[in-house]
Design a protein around this ligand. Structure first.
Ligand SMILES: Cc1ncc(COP(=O)(O)O)c(C=O)c1O
Length: 336
């Protein structure tokens, strides 16, 4: 019996692993996991504050950025108030609004682009929180600095705009927002970042946000003590120091993303340029999509069928290593 090597390209993890320094930080601490973690990860906050030239009081750290997304809804969206995001975006925004019994509106995309203008008709006096994933998951496109500033200038500063930059380190496009700069002018802008993507620490569950200190203080009131694990903040600190790992991952991703995009196009797939570590494919029918999914699946390549997130006729492929991407193309070319 021949065994097929499984290639998992369904969750936008870093296919190059994580920084060796992060692994060392985990090894150095693993014998002490009988101890509780720190309640306030000050050393990590100091590192992030230095990196982004903000104060530690502007930083919120959570067990994954999803925990901060949940915390934003829990803290700032009262009963009867509403959340707004785009349809075809990260599932957690609507899902967590639902958990908290808050209404979430979904603005449409225009030609698969998250046009901030499309949010405006959905804003009313109950809107408290807007989530924008930039780059957007699953479509991979971005809104620009100019577009973001235009939106911020048009809405009340009582509405929090949470800009989810989980994939920011993969972006090479110059028009990508300098959100840290914009936040100085717009105190309602919250920037969310993750250690799960380019830093390769998804399994350790750690993310952070930069926000106005009053917002951060309110978030802290509802924080569950010891919700970070004992290993994650040390690994995160070590990762931030390993710029070569981040640069290397971003560079390899760009090269492989171009390869996959061009080859999928040549094979006739509907796709759009991505700024993240994944690529979006859409299909006329569910049957066409399922056939592509199954062809890869039987060859050991697991990608994401967007149906699991309630989005029809679309697939998302995480950009893997060169060999994985070459295998995708050769399997699909042979089948077609
Ligand atoms: C846009 C976006 N934000 C946040 C997350 C979650 O990140 P974390 O692992 O830090 O909770 C993801 C994960 O896929 C994502 O796609």
């Amino acid at each position: 019996m021949t065994t097929v090597k499984i290639i998992k390209l369904s969750a936008n993890e870093n296919c190059y692993g994580c920084s060796p320094s992060a692994l060392k930080a985990v090894q150095d601490k693993h014998k002490d996991v009988h101890l509780y973690p720190e309640v306030n990860p000050l050393a990590l906050k100091e590192k992030l504050a230095e990196k982004f030239r903000v104060k530690t009081s502007n930083i919120v750290v959570g067990a994954g950025s999803v925990r901060i997304i949940d915390g934003l809804i829990q803290t700032f969206v009262g009963q009867g108030e509403e959340v707004l995001t785009f349809e075809k975006s990260f599932i957690a925004y609507g899902q967590f609004a639902g958990f908290h019994k808050r209404k979430c509106h979904f603005a449409p995309l225009t030609n698969l682009q998250c046009s901030p203008e499309n949010l405006l008709p959905f804003i009313n006096d109950k809107t408290r929180l807007i989530f924008i994933a930039n780059p957007n998951n699953p479509t991979g496109n971005i809104i620009s600095h100019i577009e973001l500033e235009k939106l911020l200038s048009k809405i009340s500063n009582k509405i929090i705009v949470a800009l989810d930059e989980a994939y920011a380190e993969y972006v090479t496009e110059a028009s990508f927002p300098n959100a840290v700069e914009l936040r100085k002018k717009y105190s309602n802008l919250v920037i969310l970042r993750s250690f799960s993507k380019i830093y390769g620490l998804a399994g350790l569950r750690i993310g952070y946000a930069i926000m106005h200190e009053e917002l951060a203080a309110k978030m802290a009131e509802g924080q569950i003590p010891f919700s970070l694990n004992y290993l994650s903040s040390s690994a995160a600190i070590a990762s931030l120091d390993d710029l070569d790992f981040v640069k290397g991952s971003a560079l390899a991703n760009t090269e492989q993303r171009d390869f996959l995009f061009n080859e999928l196009k040549k094979l006739g797939y509907n796709t759009i340029p991505s700024h993240a570590n994944f690529i979006y494919l859409w299909f006329e029918t569910d049957t066409a999509k399922t056939k592509t999914y199954n062809t890869l699946f039987v060859n050991g390549i697991i990608i994401c069928d967007m149906k699991v997130f309630g989005q029809e006729n679309a697939l998302r492929i995480t950009i893997g290593e060169k060999e994985s991407n070459q295998k995708i193309i050769s399997v699909l070319a042979k089948w077609l």
